[in-house]
Design a protein around this ligand. Structure first.
Ligand code: SF4
Ligand code: SF4
Length: 238
């Protein structure tokens, strides 16, 4: 014998009126709402690819290498390849007759592996690899997705937005200890005009800021650089 059907409707369920039970008026009401949205309100979609979205400076698009005076800024230290979680980066160094001594003979990023995490950019001591604003990549084959120097190198002028953003971002985080691009980046090629000035005229400055002078060593300050802002805490040892 069939059981008594149980009413599972919630006590708070609204009862439909006569017109709602007909459904058709509600369908036309919905269509009217869509039509109003289509004609009267501004559109928020882009007509891609005719119209391209221009991302903000904080956006992480495909990683690219910074090209300066026709050459990669990269010193082929391999840090980015070590930090890359999916091991998308590979390179081979070569010696060059330049102040930086080394640069990549070849440098490849497998864009099928890249997850746009930005770790490579974060660890690079030279700001030689940065995240660009390019987001629409297509490939016909797996080989095509392996980008070499020819596709990775982008002139520094075209990456100015990102490089400026990085400088501000890093200084906001660590600026109490150092100003990126200047005195405490003597080892770096990020600021080539400063480096050139240093080599040609500023050797006095170099001994003061970069090399450890006797006074600093005697005081136990093995670092010897010019620190901006508060001194680090000294932990007393017994
Ligand atoms: S963005 Fe991340 S995954 Fe892509 S190359 Fe850089 S470190 Fe590797
Ligand atoms: S971390 Fe920077 S300098 Fe070092 S190999 Fe990578 S891109 Fe070049």
């Amino acid at each position: 014998m069939p059981g008594v059907p149980v009413n599972t409707a919630s006590q708070n369920e609204r009862k439909l009126n006569f017109w709602e039970k007909l459904y058709l008026p509600e369908v036309f009401k919905g269509l009217g709402y869509s039509f109003r949205k289509m004609t009267k309100e501004p559109m928020y979609t882009f007509q891609y690819p005719d119209e391209l979205w221009y991302p903000p400076d904080s956006y992480r698009g495909r990683p690219v290498l910074v090209e300066e005076a026709g050459r990669p800024r990269c010193v082929s230290c391999n840090l980015c390849a070590r930090a890359c979680p999916p091991m998308a980066i590979s390179m081979q160094s070569k010696e060059v007759d330049d102040v930086k001594e080394r640069e990549p003979a070849w440098f490849e990023i497998n864009m099928l592996r890249c997850i746009y995490c930005g770790f490579c950019e974060e660890v690079c001591p030279e700001e030689a690899i940065v995240m660009s604003k390019e987001y629409d990549l297509t490939f016909q084959s797996r080989d095509e997705a392996i980008f070499g120097l020819d596709r990775l190198l982008v002139p520094r002028e075209r990456l100015k937005d990102r490089l400026d953003y990085l400088r501000d971002y890093k200084n906001r985080q660590f600026g109490q200890h150092w100003e990126f691009q200047h005195d405490n980046n003597l080892h770096s090629l990020k600021d080539r005009p400063f480096l050139t000035w240093l080599v040609e005229e500023g050797m006095q400055e170099l001994t003061r800021t970069h090399l450890r002078d006797e006074e600093h060593v005697a005081l136990g300050n093995t670092w010897g650089g010019v620190r901006r802002g508060p001194e680090p805490h000294v932990v007393a040892t017994s």
